[in-house]
Design a binder for this molecule. Structure first.
Ligand code: NAI
Ligand code: MG
Length: 354
């Protein structure tokens, strides 16, 4: 919506985030040059080191600062010496909620040279649209009688008509540009209040899309089908919890967690959207220079697409696919390339494909 170069807030964060974010920025800068895309990177040193120095993951006015950007490019947060609840609720969740990033979009697709774990290897090309702001992840509930035999906990699921309809619209719009098919994950046989409501609102919303075909499938059967015949699905829409589980399942079926990208979107573009790989800070391999940068690079391609640069985005994806196809891959995919060697290969392919 603004003029001039898009302003990108960069939070590399912790662990391998500090390695894969600079790697991805080099690749994005290379395609940007080819396509004349202007971006301004603003690097922020937030995360666990910042927490150790300041007692918080980001400054008190951190969200206001982020609000003045067009997108957020995040690596990962998480440190073995700090509770995950601090890192998650101190940075990631406040960003997703304040900026109404109600869609978590996760592609899961077969990539060249990466064998699927499945016996049959038909190409998989899924788009998982996870509701990212309500549903099962509510703060309503409580716990009492700690330590007693009568101890109890309860947590309420909250679905709103607005919340369901907007994520269903996003899925239908996306399907309109693809196969025209949407599969909705449900559990309305067992969860008798919220899930029938989800089904009704999804169905009513999709009535506005006569060219899009909707199928609702019980999530247990859907989980099985995603392992047995994932190539038969295209766009999946699911609540916060069901989408979280199905998207990890789908990325595991296609390959490694190191390649999976994600976008936390505010589709109205009233607020910045956030682009981050699915993986975490991987403390077990951090600092060794061997992390797979694909999840971060692919998230960068999703960001370019969101900012209105589909050709630069496609160029970036084609370049890392060409690296994989030529057998250059990091250890998690069974290869021997370091992060640096993989990036050099992607940069070479960006030039070659220009
Ligand atoms: P993780 O994704 O960091 O690592 C899981 C396994 O996958 C590890 O063996 C790791 O070495 C491997 N792996 C992950 N990404 C890789 C890559 N790019 N290249 C090669 N191998 C890769 O998940 P984990 O270990 O459960 O969590 C570690 C920390 O990250 C925790 O503090 C957790 O809370 C945090 N985390 C943060 C997320 C975020 O920032 N959005 C998401 C998930 C976890
Ligand atoms: Mg998850």
């Amino acid at each position: 919506g603004t003029t001039g170069p898009a302003r990108i807030a960069v939070i590399a964060g912790d662990g391998i985030g500090l390695e894969v974010v600079p790697a991805a920025i080099r690749c994005i800068d290379a395609v940007r040059e080819v396509h004349g895309v202007e971006l301004e990177w603003r690097e922020l040193d937030w995360g666990s080191d910042y927490y150790r120095a300041n007692g918080r993951m980001m400054p008190a006015d951190g969200l206001d600062l982020l609000a003045r950007h067009d997108a957020i490019f995040l690596g990962a947060v998480g440190d073995p010496s700090i509770p995950d609840t601090e890192t998650l609720w101190g940075l990631l969740i406040p960003i997703r909620r304040r900026f109404e990033q109600y869609v978590n979009l996760r592609p899961a697709r077969s990539l060249p040279g990466i064998p699927s774990v499945l016996r049959r290897d038909d190409p998989i090309d899924l788009m998982i649209v996870r509701e990212n702001s309500e549903g099962e992840y509510s703060e309503i509930g409580g716990r009492y009688g700690r330590g007693l035999p009568s101890e109890a906990a309860m947590q309420e699921t909250v679905f709103t008509r607005t919340g369901i309809a907007r994520v269903a619209r996003f899925a239908a719009d996306l399907a309109s540009t693809r196969s025209g098919r949407v599969t909705s994950a449900t559990k309305s046989n067992g969860i008798i209040h919220t899930m029938p409501f989800w089904d009704e609102v999804v169905e009513q919303t999709l009535e506005g899309y006569p060219a899009v075909q909707l199928r609702s499938i019980l999530v247990d059967a859907l989980a099985a089908a995603l392992v047995l015949r994932p190539w038969t699905f295209d766009v999946l829409v699911a609540s916060n919890l069901l989408g979280d589980i199905l998207s990890d399942l789908a990325s595991a079926v296609t390959g490694s967690i190191g390649v999976a990208p994600s976008a936390n979107l505010n589709p109205e573009r009233k607020h910045p959207s956030m682009f981050e790989p699915v993986h975490g800070s991987a403390p077990d391999i951090a600092g060794k220079g061997i992390a797979n940068p694909i999840g971060q690079i692919w998230s960068g391609a999703m960001m370019l697409e969101h900012l209105g640069h589909p050709r630069a985005a496609a160029h970036l994806v084609t370049a890392f696919e060409a690296s994989l196809a030529s057998g250059v891959m990091t250890g998690d995919l069974g290869g021997t390339a370091t992060t640096e060697e993989f990036v050099v290969s992607v940069l070479t392919n960006i030039d070659a494909l220009a």
